[in-house]
Design a binder for this molecule. Structure first.
Ligand code: DLL
Length: 433
């Protein structure tokens, strides 16, 4: 099957926009009525739900941020009474209380629908065996993929994250054809496979559905090669719904956003001005059908750009680029803005380097210092000191050329950097400690 929901995935854009406007007006009116803090923000701006007459009028509405979800923790932004809430998910921030999102039964149905769309876009169907190695629990990855995989009728292996040895046993013995996990975990599993002497030919994997953290196309190619899969980038966030907001189809030219449910804008994070298609900025999402926690103009902090050109796969849904970083992950090192993904790209472009790295930023004598710790590729002999030195110098030069900042490159032993079963932690910023 090529499409899960051809009507909405291939809709004429004018028709799609009419549907979006209808749903937007309904969502804004409902939120105005049921969510006190939203009503107050609208009043502060002097806007009424009836002022939204065109899609552009969304610009009249206030933004919503993670801070709002913290300020009104746990339930004040819910749009329905608790008796109508069927599930609660949460996303933990770096500090303090998590943010909490409530889903009605209807929200859960829509979520499984969009994830079913995503899995179909990748090429999966009811004949597949889908191993879900995202964490099950408050994190949306496990249960989000689970319900969508169930909807397409596939056989689901709810492995959850962790216990990597067992993951490999399940994958091999049960003949999983689709692996869902974070890209860094997929890479780690590929290392373990090599260690246990399991070849990709011993597995039945065809597709990997990877997301929840930033990763580069270089890393995607590496995973494809190691696992013998086609790797697809899946995007989403708890505040919007969870995984399934967007995914790469088989054409691999960006991630299709399910725009009949999620209206996207790209803004300049500084001025908050809406940017034209094709320009990089912060993604802002409005959920057009979600009722448990109405989400209007949510500022994601994720940086990307979008195109509305029809894709060669036949879908008219807008496509977003791979996330290049988060505005709050951006490191400012001696005044230069640096995203971890830029360094990842440099490392992978060098060909012979392993994609396991960690960045340490510190301040010594009032000067910012960047250290790039990178594992020595397994195929380089540890005693080949000259070779190692040349590699370190090569990487340092390349980073300096690309980013315009100097750095120290430290090569560490293979497999010595911490591995993650969920989202990888790539940066230690000692300046903030
Ligand atoms: O990570 C939902 C998810 C689960 C997405 C499984 C994909 C697969 P949160 O924990 O709320 O939700 O984190 C959301 O993760 O704002 C991005 O910064 C980042 N993120 C998610 N997907 C991608 C991706 C889930 N494909 C935050 N590429 C988002 C880059 C991603 N970053």
């Amino acid at each position: 099957m090529k499409y899960w929901d051809e009507k909405h995935e291939c809709m004429d854009r004018k028709e799609l926009e009419r549907l979006q406007l209808f749903r937007l007006q309904k969502t804004v009116a409902a939120a105005y009525q049921s969510v006190g803090p939203f009503r107050q923000k609208m009043r502060d701006k002097g806007v009424l739900p009836g002022d939204v007459k065109t899609l552009e009028d969304i610009r009249l509405l206030p933004f919503m941020s993670k801070q709002d979800l913290r300020d009104y923790y746990p339930f004040a932004l819910f749009g329905k009474p608790l008796s109508e809430i069927a599930r609660i998910h949460a996303s933990s921030g770096t500090t303090g209380k998590p943010i909490v999102i409530g889903y009605t039964k209807n929200d859960l149905d829509i979520w499984s629908e969009v994830v079913a769309r995503c899995l179909t876009m990748v090429g999966a169907d009811k004949n597949d065996i889908i191993q879900i190695s995202y964490g099950y629990g408050l994190f949306t990855g496990g249960l989000g993929l689970h319900d969508g995989a169930g909807k397409i009728g596939a056989a689901v292996i709810p492995a959850s994250s962790g216990n990597s040895q067992r993951q490999i046993m399940l994958m091999k013995d049960l003949g999983a054809t689709v692996l869902c996990c974070t890209p860094s975990y997929a890479l780690y599993l590929s290392e373990l496979l090599a260690e246990f002497g399991v070849k990709k030919e011993d597995l039945k994997l065809k597709y990997a559905v990877l997301g929840a953290e930033a990763w580069t196309s270089g890393m995607a190619r590496e995973i494809e090669q190691r696992l013998g899969v086609s790797a697809h980038n899946i995007y989403g966030l708890t505040e919007v719904i969870g995984p399934g907001v967007a995914i790469e189809c088989q054409a691999g030219q960006g991630m299709h956003i399910s725009e009949d449910h999620f209206l996207v804008e790209v803004i300049d994070p500084e001025t908050e001005e809406v940017l034209p298609d094709g320009m990089t900025g912060e993604l802002v999402f409005t959920c057009l059908t979600k009722e448990g926690t109405p989400t209007i103009r949510y500022r994601t902090r994720d940086l990307s750009k979008i195109t509305k050109e029809k894709c060669s796969c036949g879908r008219t849904l807008a496509r977003m680029d791979r996330i290049m970083g988060r505005s709050d992950d951006m490191l400012t090192i001696r005044g230069v803005n640096v995203y971890p993904s830029q360094i990842e790209s440099v490392l992978l472009d060098m060909g012979q380097t392993s994609p396991n790295y960690h960045l340490v930023v510190d301040r010594v004598n009032n000067l910012d210092i960047l250290e790039v710790q990178m594992e020595i590729p397994g195929d380089l002999a540890l005693d080949g000191i000259r070779q190692l030195e040349a590699l370190a110098v090569g990487i340092r030069r390349k980073i300096e050329q690309t980013l315009g900042i100097s750095c120290k490159v430290t090569l560490v032993e293979p497999r010595s950097l911490p591995r993650s079963e969920g989202k990888a932690k790539r940066v230690t910023d000692r300046r903030k400690m």
